[in-house]
Design a protein around this ligand. Structure first.
Ligand code: SF4
Length: 87
């Protein structure tokens, strides 16, 4: 009986450790993904278009107000040096 208790306690602890590890790994992955985005300053982001180039015409724009590669709120009327026109 004592062995059963020990085993089940071990299983519970191992499964808790695995759950914590998986959650920690997910957090690290999401932080890494967020950190891979450039700051608006580094991307030379501006809230106004550059000529006829604007975020809502860029393949990297994620409506309503995000970008795949630049951090923070992104205006559909904005622009940065990573602009890539939708085809
Ligand atoms: S122009 Fe720059 S900030 Fe705007 S969507 Fe494209 S890559 Fe993102």
């Amino acid at each position: 009986m004592d062995d059963c208790r020990r085993i089940s306690r071990r299983v519970v602890l191992a499964s808790a450790a695995f759950s914590f590890g998986a959650a920690a790994a997910a957090t690290v992955v999401s932080q890494t993904a967020a950190q891979q985005k450039l700051s608006q300053a580094d991307a030379k982001y501006q809230t106004t278009p550059k000529g006829d180039q604007r975020c809502d015409g860029c393949v990297n724009f994620q409506p309503p107000n995000a970008c795949k590669f630049v951090q923070g709120d992104i205006s559909p009327n904005g622009w940065c040096q990573l602009f890539a026109a939708k085809s």
